[in-house]
Design a protein around this ligand. Sequence first.
Ligand SMILES: Cc1cc2nc3c(=O)[nH]c(=O)nc-3n(C[C@H](O)[C@H](O)[C@H](O)COP(=O)(O)O)c2cc1C
Length: 508
Amino acid sequence: MEILKHFTTAFLDAFAFLFALGLMALVIAVCWMYVVDIRQTTHTIRRNYPVLGRFRYLFEYLGEFFRQYFFSQDREELPFNRAQRSWVYRAAKNLDSTVAFGSTLPLNQPGDFLFLNALIPPLDEEVPARTAIVFGEGYARHPHSTYSFFNISAMSYGAISGPAVRALSHGAAKAGLWLNTGEGGISPFHYEGGCDIVFQIGTAKYGVRDSEGQLSDEKLREIAAHEQVRMFEIKLSQGAKPGKGGILPAAKVTRIIASTRGIPEGHDSISPNRHPEIRCINDLLGMIRHVRDVTGKPTGIKFALGESSWLDEFCQRINALGLDHAPDFITLDSADGGTGAAPQSLMDLMGLPLRSSLPLVVDKLLEYGLRQRIRVVCSGKMVNPAGVAAALCTGADCVNSARGFMFALGCIQALQCNKNTCPTGITTHDPDLQRGLDPRDKAVRVASYATNLMHEVEIIAHSCGVPEPRLLDRRHACVINAQGLPVPLSEAYTSPEASKAHDTRATQ
Ligand SMILES: Cc1cc2nc3c(=O)[nH]c(=O)nc-3n(C[C@H](O)[C@H](O)[C@H](O)COP(=O)(O)O)c2cc1C
């Protein structure tokens, strides 16, 4: 009995000793992980949430095995599903972007696109270098030419943070993209990387307003004098909130953002829901011409399409007044576009999605003989190569993305852009949260994402039998109809008026 008691005590002592040792090892390991996590610059979540952030990566990894039993499938999350986001993350990290086993797409959902492969695609060595897309040639004193058909869409400094703008600026320069400033004016962060910049004139004219809030020609000239600023875009509306001005909550209006915009610090920054001086089509065409005359740079307009009968008057007025009144480009935003903050009813239900509006706009330009004159840029959930290729098939010249580049910056779709709490430092001005976003590291990801995406769009184009993406047209894709059957885009979309027109998209 004594021996048993002795043995039990020894066992408990040994157990207590091992437990204490284990606990100490755990504390040391946690401290070590903490130090490693806050010192590394590659993973924002681990830097902002040391040790705890590691569970995200663990669960992400384990999810691949458990998904089939417990969690939603690859294609079920919104607004962007896991398959779409994973593609961006892999492309941004320059990891293998191939997938295994077979497609997880059912290929019978109305509205889905299918590309039509050619019998004899061009060999890699038969493919010529990409041709340039030129904006404003013959109309602006300084036309803009780019080889990039995928660029960074408008996101204002304010909606996104300083480190995010810096990473985008450096990344855009590395990959030869343009960076659109969004409506919040231009900051030193935009210039920092040396990329091409499109300056957006929002309804509040942030960055180009005089003391009364009117468009200032002097400020326009000052901004246009920067060589990096290549084009100007007059924003009429955006897909996530057509008819509503920009909303930047007071918590995000810091001293530097207030001074960039020319507004008071710490107050909500609300811009009007339209340019007060644009009351009709004539006013709009007048403003386009005025901005181009003052700046000498190509000038376009951005809008989301809803009611569309005005397009006829728009095109007719351009033809009546002369092609120098036309915008050098149109940026067409989809109703399902993103934003920092918007009323839910506008975000969910206002405006047309790109699959309806893009063919409509392209066909109107064709019908009125304006397709050569006006470049068509479009945006709206095209974060993967297939979406971009589908837009080019439909008739766009190039594609912009905002949220694709947010994913490249490390966005985890936490849906907190309207607060100041973004866990990845992209849409917050909280310095503690911004600390995790290292602009140097993320700039490489931004560039890799765009480069890999454009490369895969080229693969699609070659598979369809054309040497470059901008030669894709409506013969190269089908859309699934309500019966689940593929119909060629040329049948599904082209209007009778447009099919009679001989004017086509310019490829130079
Ligand atoms: C955080 C954020 C800020 C944005 N800010 C602007 C802006 O200032 N001006 C604008 O025209 N669009 C703005 N947008 C809309 C985008 O430029 C783009 O048109 C839209 O999100 C569709 O592209 P996506 O689906 O690739 O995000 C913003 C979008 C996001 C997500």
